[in-house]
Write a new protein. Structure first.
Length: 265
């Protein structure tokens, strides 16, 4: 597992300062309402997180990363086509306004007066682009994480840059270190990462989140037994603390148990 983490770090050329990515809170509702099955929702959530990270830190300018590589990072076979309907051109994420396909990508990034700016491959002349594209060729395509630039269709239409790269209202922060930990552990993977992200969002709001396994499983569209299996592994790996509250007597001599309490570590 440690070697797997080193492999991903080396593949993506991860710098310790490239650890912060904010995710839109609305992603949980959008994915649940438009995708069937917890495993595919989990993949879509993890895929979008990685897309935001690759774009935000201008990784496309330094590494040649394609769909098969992304799939392998996200704990599924690179030849698995069952999730292609989510990420292909005009697929689910495109239709939801989360992504679009482009041959233009950030080659570098910098701060200007506290605002992030990207040097795009399209900013360079034709000869420079050929050299910078290298073996990728001029038709090399990426998925642009649209919500990083424009949060809504209206702001995109108005060319108003209010996306997550510019404003972090109504978002939850997930550190890239956690992403690496989940993807490098076969007992965790993208399902655990999705669960972690949801709990992180809830704990951002409530400090500690109270919910039964049944309620949490329903909120995540994951089977109860599957959820409990992943929660145990997440707890064992120090990602979440689970407090199973004890029973107490109420009126009429009946007993009641409060919902579990979850804390992100």
């Amino acid at each position: 597992m440690q070697n797997e983490g080193k492999y991903i770090n080396k593949l993506l050329q991860v710098d310790k300062q490239e650890d912060k990515i904010f995710m839109p809170n609305e992603i949980f509702t959008d994915l649940k309402n438009n995708i069937k099955g917890g495993s595919h929702i989990s993949f879509a959530y993890s895929y979008y997180y990685l897309s935001l990270w690759l774009y935000r830190y201008a990784k496309y300018g330094n590494i040649n990363i394609d769909v098969k590589t992304i799939k392998s990072i996200l704990d599924i076979s690179k030849n698995n086509k069952s999730v292609d309907y989510l990420i292909k051109k005009d697929g689910v994420l495109d239709k939801l306004g989360y992504t679009f396909t482009s041959t233009d990508y950030p080659f570098a990034w910098n701060w200007n007066d506290g605002n992030i700016e990207f040097d795009m491959i399209s900013d360079f002349d034709v000869d420079s682009r050929k050299m910078m594209n290298g073996s990728r060729g001029r038709n090399y395509k990426i998925k642009v994480p649209l919500k990083g630039i424009h949060r809504t269709a209206e702001s995109e239409e108005d060319c108003h840059e209010d996306g997550i790269f510019h404003q972090i209202d109504n978002t939850h922060l997930v550190e890239f270190e956690t992403f690496i930990e989940c993807m490098s552990n076969k007992e965790l993977g993208n399902v655990a990462f999705y669960i972690y992200g949801y709990l992180k969002r809830q704990c951002d709001i409530h400090k500690k989140y109270n919910s039964s396994y049944d309620k949490l499983a329903d909120e995540l569209s994951i089977g109860r037994n599957t959820l409990m299996k992943y929660m145990r592994v997440m707890s064992d790996n120090g990602l979440v603390e689970i407090k199973e509250n004890s029973c107490y007597k109420i009126d009429g001599g009946k007993f009641k148990r409060d919902a579990n309490t979850y804390t992100i570590m």
